[in-house]
Design a protein around this ligand. Sequence first.
Ligand code: RM4
Ligand code: MN
Ligand code: MN
Length: 397
Amino acid sequence: MPTNSQDQKIWHALDGFRIELPSWGFANTGTRFGKFQQAAAATTTEEKLSDAGQVHRFTGCCPTVAVHVLWDFPDGKFSVPEVMRMAERHGVKIGAINPNVFQDQIYKHGSLGNPDLAIRRAALQHILDCVDIATATGSRDVSLWFADGSNYPGTANIRHRRHWFEEGLAEAHRHLQPNQRLLIEYKPFEPAFYHTDIADWGMAFLLSRSAGPQAKVLVDTGHHYQATNIEQIVAWLLSEDMLGGFHFNDRRYADDDLTLGSIDPYQVFRIFHEIALFERETGRRGDIAYMVDQSHNLKEKTEEMIQTAVTAQELYSKAALVDHEALAGYQSKAALVDAEECLKEAFATDVRPAIREWRKANGLAVEPLKAFRESGYLERATRERGDKNRASVSSYA
Ligand code: RM4
Ligand code: MN
Ligand code: MN
């Protein structure tokens, strides 16, 4: 343990900080204009878990991997033992289970909000199967993101669809084990461009509450309109005990899925600050799943995930340095400049030396990215996966 209290706070924060990686973040992705292949990108579940294992090996803070059922469990629950074995082989565990009720042709007009009862039932069945998969993998969270919505006014009955969502989510909730949770994600637009059934945190909140006590809201930081005050949403959800977790990524314009903290690190810091303040004032730890949801079509993926994990550790550590007592004093006196400076002081602190010491003490690489580069993993992956990647289709057309 370091002797100065600032470094102690950083170490303490790092000891308790874990962030989950998304399996889909290691695969070739692109935009709606096309996909760019990367020679070292993962094309199988095993490769995704292997890459995630590397991120954990060098950062020590990413022990679990979120998986997408359609993409990672081709045979549904029959794929579970195999996927579990792979995860173990690569030193990680399976984390949140993500159903996929947006890709199949039947979901053209929605899933749980579809006007066709048979399709609503098919979507619900898939979600129930995912709860079973979560039980088999020992995962706590089932993360639900819906593409449901409509593109033109008058084409969908907004209230009926809301009601169908309530019914479906309540049914999914009934299927949960006592320790499991449903995390309900919102997004204002895309792929639907007129109305989205779960468009904002208020809608996700109401649907979670009506589904049952084990349903909570999932905040994807990229799923807001420009200038939305995300930390205020976080503070309100914390007050209501309704914050289930995050999908972290950064954005400049829309759901850009850019690297965490690459555009606005102060935003991420402010979110972490609200959480740290809540924990300090209530004396209890927020029950929050920190997850990454990013896809990099241009940066090398494993390197980028290491960069993300390291950035998350830095911003989380900075938030742990805010002097809450001083801040409360300034706020009560309306000492505005002092209060703001109190936040900025923590944000401006260079936490990297203390983090390096923490890594050393925990037997981790002092410079994760450098150590990963020196390991030769990327060269090997490029060699072994290159042909397969070059042969795959690069256009969506
Ligand atoms: C969405 C959303 C979900 C993710 C899908 C693939 O934009 O962020 O979390 O599962 O993309
Ligand atoms: Mn997301
Ligand atoms: Mn998204």
